[in-house]
Ligand binder design. Structure first.
Ligand SMILES: Cc1ncc(COP(=O)(O)O)c(C=O)c1O
Length: 376
């Protein structure tokens, strides 16, 4: 996206506010009463929350099988679900918490908490393309599952854009009946089937600032009947909640995922030719990728040195975790995929707007090239 005098290529970290949200704020729609109050302003506010709930159920389905709750970002949503499920479950000696080395740190950092609550934890292996390897997983883990085991399944990776087919999670659910949490944070508007949620899967978490709402707000679906700690702020984050409805409505009209994908593929193939043997595109061999992300390794060139070159060239890009685009060490996700420390320190991530067009892709390529020709 072109900002006033810069290009913003860090959409997987945070998306700029949707126009509909800015217009709502500009139009003065921001004064809202406490939705729990019974006066008119409170009732008007509660109505906006109900509208948002109805809207989310209408676009995702799941009304019969799941409850919906709002929280701050996906970090809080997933932690509430995972640790809450453990607290509520009948203790069972063999229960496992399984997660991947490529999961977001908000999941990997939950592991010690789960251990503290009496679960065994294990990081399962994924293949070198960053894919969930169903055959390997079934061979290694299927018979270890007990009814109270938990699997975290990250649908779309924030760093590499590698997509894990949700059907694989559904098959594991069918075979094990383990509790499955899908981290769906990066799915909206970046994969074609982002609204097709399987009602057999236990929980899904989303985060609003990834698709143009205010930051610090998100929502999760969790199967009806689970008892988990739902003590949350008594006064709901109404502005944040309603901004998610506005942002999704706008993007549903504006985003054409197949158009974005085509434009991104063009950019990727041009960048690939440009770096030729001096680097590689991460996950290029994986069978499913999202529509907006290109992660590259530039051999022997540390990201900490490359990032300022892009910054001075007027481009906002990232090298590490989606939420910490400052200076960083080796990329944890790449290490998890089996890359060496040296290569994992030389990664750059471009994540474009879901509204990307071929015309913008042409401009972006020239812009990115102007930096690469100096550093390659
Ligand atoms: C895959 C994934 N999961 C979870 C999170 C955490 O989201 P939040 O910043 O809303 O807490 C992120 C943030 O980048 C993410 O990309």
């Amino acid at each position: 996206m072109k900002l006033t005098n810069r290009y913003y290529f860090d959409y997987n970290a945070t998306s700029p506010l949707a126009c509909s949200v800015k217009d709502w704020v500009a139009s003065g729609g921001v004064f809202l009463g406490n939705p729990s109050a019974i006066h008119l302003s409170g009732r008007e506010s509660a109505k906006l929350i109900h509208e948002t709930c109805d809207f989310l159920f209408s676009i995702f389905g799941l009304k019969k099988t799941h409850d919906l709750f709002f929280h701050s970002g996906a970090t809080e949503g997933s932690n509430t679900i995972l640790t809450g499920f453990v607290d509520s479950m009948k203790k069972d000696d063999g229960a496992l918490f399984l997660y991947s080395p490529t999961d977001h740190s908000c999941i990997t950092e939950t592991a010690p908490i789960m251990e503290g609550k009496g679960l065994q934890t294990e990081m399962y292996k994924i293949n070198k393309n960053g894919e969930f390897d169903e055959v390997f997983f079934q061979g290694g883990y299927l018979d270890k599952f007990t009814g109270n085991s938990i699997l975290n399944y990250t649908w779309v990776n924030n760093e590499t854009g590698v997509v894990w087919d949700l059907k694989k999670a559904s098959r594991i659910k069918e075979k094990t009946n383990a509790f499955i949490h899908v981290d769906a944070t990066q799915a909206p508007f970046k994969v074609e089937d982002w609204r097709k949620l399987d009602c057999d899967i236990d929980a899904y978490s989303f985060s609003g600032h990834k698709f143009g709402s205010f930051t610090g707000v998100g929502f999760s679906f969790i199967k009806k009947g689970y008892k988990y700690n739902r003590f949350r702020g008594g006064t709901q984050n109404l502005h944040g909640i309603y901004s998610m409805k506005l942002a999704i409505e706008e993007k549903l009209l504006k985003v054409d995922i197949s158009r974005t994908r085509k434009a991104k593929q063009y950019l990727e193939s041009e960048l690939s030719k440009l770096i030729h043997k001096k680097g590689e595109i991460v996950g290029a061999e994986s069978s499913l990728r999202n529509s907006n992300t290109i992660m590259m390794i530039v051999y022997g060139k540390k990201a900490n040195n490359l990032l300022p070159a892009f910054d001075m060239g007027g481009m906002d890009i990232s090298s590490g975790s989606a939420c910490s685009s400052g200076l960083s060490g080796p990329n944890r996700v790449l290490l998890g995929m089996g890359y060496s420390e040296a290569d994992a320190s030389c990664a750059l991530r471009f994540s474009f707007e879901p509204e990307l067009t071929q015309e913008s892709a042409n401009t972006y390529f020239e812009r990115i090239k102007s930096v690469f020709v100096r550093i390659l």
